[in-house]
Ligand binder design. Structure first.
Ligand code: ATR
Length: 497
């Protein structure tokens, strides 16, 4: 099977601007699609000049509105414009599956241009997708294409199964949107003739990535059937830094792996995908850290106590679960409380959710005396009882008690996170200056609580160190290598290579 091509969809409104776009991205792409429906009426007169000006194969597409395009004229006008514009220099012509003009199509084929016969579904993955592609493939010389919109983990699985059933057929299959992203990154692994990318995220098709991201971050051209697939599951997921961290690590090690964000609504459905794609390792984030546990065959002893799993490795006997948040949380503390961590630290933990559970577990493993303060009292009490801690509300009385648990104050809630950066969950607390204040939030780097603590002479830690440390531990579990970024800050990772 030929290597999958990376196709840049050209969505500028003049031919000249489209050529500039090609020049900008030429090192990343193999082919371009001129979306002539994005051109101004005036520019549409000159479509036929375009392919001769471009140094790579060009697909001509004039998409009507019903299929997600911008062409507003009648079907007869569209047909006439296509007839007027098609010249030998085009390599492909994309025609929808219901477009039929035997004479015109014969002319096109005579010019040596291959017809891509396409259908679109923005509402899901149609039940008969496999059959439709097979039917289209029967037509001599035609390249069948399906662009569909998976809207759930189940839809993604169905689409991936369709790829598997059609391995022997040359075809283009594209999963649009966030659920479909893995199909676009894994185009070569799955056996699609090409995959699309565009300058702007949603202009050409929902969820498209830009060429630089596809190539530099995901290593589009390097992925093949031997590449080991990893990923992160969560909902939402596209904001995650984890693909950046792990893919850069793979690249630095020249490890043949790719790490993909998977939007997941139903964990059970996703595990079918994990099996189908032979996924080797996963990071797990909100809201699935608890739900994944029942799919594990084996697990680290701390999982049953923390009741949250953020790392999964595929082993010979099934999936093995770990929680690297505990290690990630404790690592930065070693600079302040020694390594191994000093016993009997007096600590306050703000919040009683999933993140707080890993924090409290880690602290109690070192015999810290812990006060848990939470907005909802019942949850503070439950967590405190599970780990033998003190508990209270996030109110005046609770905040007063912090002074007896003030070697370390850990903030685990989302209060103070972008965009609500003005908020401080313990605004009335007066820092003495001896407290180490640790906020698990990394965006913004300096939350209100940390800013106030710093101004009062306290030492502060933000969530970046924990993020990197837990990712480093995952990376070691994934690759067996304890190499992690020599750079220690997120800034360096974001701005390197
Ligand atoms: P995570 O896994 O990130 O900890 P979670 O399990 O949903 O997420 O827990 C969120 C924590 O942030 C909880 O302690 C929650 O308090 P409640 O138990 O009262 O819901 C806390 N939290 C979220 N928004 C908050 C707010 N506006 N004020 C105070 N606490 C808040």
């Amino acid at each position: 099977m030929k290597k999958s091509l990376l196709c840049l969809v050209l969505t500028e409104n003049t031919l000249e601007r489209n050529i500039e776009l090609i020049q900008h991205y030429q090192n990343y792409i193999d082919i371009v699609e001129l979306r002539a429906d994005f051109l101004t009426d005036r520019e549409m007169q000159y479509i036929k000049r375009f392919p001769a000006l471009v140094d790579m194969p060009v697909i001509l597409t004039l998409r009507r509105q019903a299929d997600g395009g911008k062409f507003q004229g009648s079907e007869a006008e569209r047909r006439n414009l296509l007839k007027k514009s098609i010249v030998k220099a085009f390599s492909y012509l994309d025609l929808e599956s219901d477009f039929r003009d035997t004479e015109f199509e014969a002319d096109v084929k005579r010019l040596g241009i291959r017809i891509i016969r396409s259908f679109h579904d923005f509402n899901g993955v149609p039940g008969n997708i496999t059959k439709r592609i097979k039917d289209m493939a029967r037509e001599q010389g035609v390249l069948p294409k399906a662009a569909v919109m998976p809207k759930s983990s189940k839809d993604l699985f169905r689409l991936l199964r369709c790829f598997k059933k059609l391995t022997h057929i040359e075809k283009i299959i594209v999963g649009m949107g966030e659920y479909g992203l893995p199909t676009r990154i894994l185009s070569n692994y799955l056996g699609s003739f090409l995959s699309y990318c565009s300058k702007n995220k949603n202009l050409a098709a929902p969820g498209n990535k830009n060429p630089e991201e596809m190539v530099k971050l995901y290593g589009f051209h390097k992925i093949d059937s031997t590449t080991k697939i990893y990923g992160i599951i969560g909902n939402p997921i596209m904001h995650s830094f984890s693909p950046l961290i792990h893919n850069k690590g793979f690249k630095a090690l020249e490890y043949n792996g790719v790490y993909i964000p998977f939007l997941v609504d139903k964990v059970k459905q996703f595990f079918k995908t994990a099996k189908l794609l032979n996924i080797r390792g996963l990071s797990v984030t909100i809201p699935h850290k608890q739900a994944v546990i029942r799919f594990l065959s084996t697990q680290h002893t701390h999982i049953s106590k923390i009741k949250a799993c953020n790392t999964i490795i595929r082993k010979a006997d099934g999936y093995y679960g770990e929680n690297t948040d505990v290690y990630g949380f404790l690592k930065p503390l070693k600079n302040y409380f020694g390594d191994p961590l000093k016993q009997n630290i007096k600590a306050t933990v703000i919040g009683a959710g999933g993140a707080a559970r890993a924090v409290v577990y880690g602290l109690r493993e070192h015999n810290a005396h812990v006060l848990i303060l939470n907005r909802t009292l019942k949850k503070a009490r439950q967590l405190a009882q599970a780990f033998n801690c003190e508990w209270g509300g996030l109110d005046k009385d609770g905040i007063k008690r912090i002074r007896n648990y003030s070697d370390l104050i850990v903030q685990t809630t989302s209060v103070g996170m972008e965009p609500h950066v003005e908020k401080n969950p313990i605004a009335s607390y007066r820092f003495k200056g001896h407290e180490i204040v640790y906020d698990l939030i990394y965006n913004p780097p300096l939350t209100k609580i940390l800013e106030k603590a710093l101004n009062n002479g306290c030492k502060v830690i933000n969530g970046e160190e924990m993020l990197l440390a837990q990712a480093g531990a995952q990376f070691q579990l994934f690759t067996g290598s304890n190499y992690f970024f020599p750079q220690s800050s997120m800034y360096d990772i974001l701005h390197s290579g």
